[in-house]
Design a protein around this ligand. Sequence first.
Ligand code: F6P
Length: 511
Amino acid sequence: MRCDQTPAWKALTAHAAHTTGFDLRTAFAQDAGRADALSQTAPHVFADLSKNHVDTATEVLLMALAQQTGLAAHRDAMFRGEAINHTEDRAVMHWLLRQPEGSLQGTLAEPLKLVHDTLGPMLAYAEQVRADAQITDVVNIGIGGSDLGPQMAVLALQDFVIEGKRFHFVSNVDGHELAGVLKGLKAENTLFLIASKTFTTIETMTNARSALAWFQAQGGSDVAHHFAALTTNVAAAAELGITTTFGFWDWVGGRYSVWSAIGLPVAIAIGAQGFRDLLAGAHAMDQHFKTAPLEENLPVRLGLLDVWYRNFLNFTSRSIAPYHSALRRVPAYLQQLEMESNGKRVDRNGHALPYGTSPVLWGEPGTNGQHAYFQMLHQGTDVVPLEFIAVKKPTHNLKDHHELLLANVIAQAQALMLGKSDAGGHKHFPGNRPSTFLLLDELTPTSLGALIALQEHRVFVSGSVWGINSFDQWGVELGKVLAKDIHARIVSGDASGLDASTAALLQRVRA
Ligand code: F6P
C-alpha cells in the first residue's frame, strides 16, 4: 500500500498535529530514560537519536508505517536478489560484494562466486601496484559514484594509506582539473585508473582520452602497465586500448559501487587486508539490517526518522557534520547517495506523488561549519536536522586538539537543543533544534565500511516507504542529451530554434 494511504500515515499526521508543541527540553525533563531509549549500538556505530523530535509514540507509529508499506518484504526481496530496480530490470546487490565467500546457497551462490573470483585478482593487482616502487602516483578518472566513493574512502582512511604513493581524483570535464593534476606527474611513475560503470560517460571518456594522449606525448608506451579500466563494459575499454581491466555487474548501482572494482584506488591505498576489512564492516551492517528487529534496527530507525521529518514536520534538508577532517568528502558522497537515489517524483508505477521525497543534503566538517553556516542552524527561520559524526579515538598525539574537537561536537548538539532564552532579540537562541549523533570508536576500514553501509540502508528504508525506485537515475539524462546538442552549437555557432536566453548565452560564450 502506498504510504500516504496507510492507517499509520493518517495516525502520524494526527500525531504530528498533536505534537506541534514538542520540546526536546521538556521531553528530557519528563523522561529520565529518554537518552537510553533513543540510543542504540549497531555494528561499529553508536547512535544517539534522543535529541530528535520523536517520542516512543512516534517510533511506534513509524514502525507501523514500515509494516504497512511492506518494508521488511522489500528489504528481503533485495537480499534475495530480485529485480527491485524494476525500471532497469536489475537486481540490487551491492551488499553481495561484501558477503563472505561461499556463504550463500541457491541462485545467489553463482554471483557470489563471481564476486570473489573478481575480488581476488583485483586485490592481488592492488598489492602488485603497492609493491611497484616505480608507480608513485595513482590517478582515478571517474565521476559520480565512480569518483565520490573511492575519493571519500581514500581520504577517510588517510592514516592507513601506503607511504610513497599519491592519490589523485579527476572527475570534472573541466580541463583545469586534469591539467592541474598532470602538471605534477611523470608518465613513467603514473597509473591511471579509468573508472566508469558504463564506460560511456562523456566526462570520463574525455578525461581518459586526454590522459592517454598525455601519456603517449610524454613518451609512455606500456599502456597495459599504466592504465587499468574499472567497468562493466570491458569491450568499450578495449576499444580505447585499455586491456588491463577489472569488471563488475549491472546489479551494482554507480553510487553503491565503492565495494566493487571501483574501489581499486582504495585497495591500492590501504592494501588487500584493509579493503577486506572495509567489506567486513559493511557486511556486519548488512547483517544487522537484515536480521535486527525493526525497533532495534538502526538503518530502519534512521530512515523512518527521515520520513517523519520530511513528510510530517516539513524539514526539507539534512545537514551532515562530520567532526573529523578526514571525513570531509562524506557529505558529498551522501549527497549523491540520498539525492540520486530518492530524488524521485513518481511512485514505482510512474504515478506522480503527492508527498515529498529526498531532503536536500549538505554539510562540511566541524568545527569549520560552526564558523560559517551554523549561525543559520541556531537562529535561522528554518529548522534543519543535523547529523553529527564523531570519532572517539584520534590517530594523532595532539590530545588537547581532540578533546576540543569532541567538546565542540557535543556542545553543538547541546546548544541546538537547549538554546538560550535569558537574552532577548538578537541574542536569543530558540533551541529545540534536532540532531542525531553518530559515534565511531575509531575511524578504521571496518568502521568506515559499517558507517557507509548504514547510510545506504537508511536511504533504502525511506525510499521503500515512499514507494519509489531508489536505484534508477533517469533525472540525469536530459542534461546529458541537451549538452550534446549545445556542444555541437558551440562548435558551429547555430543558435536557431533556441529560446532567447539560451541563444544569448551561446553567442556570449562564443564571442
Ligand atoms: O549521470 C549519473 C551517473 O550515471 C551516476 O549514477 C554515476 O555514478 C555516474 O553517472 C558515473 O557513471 P559511470 O560510472 O557509468 O561513468
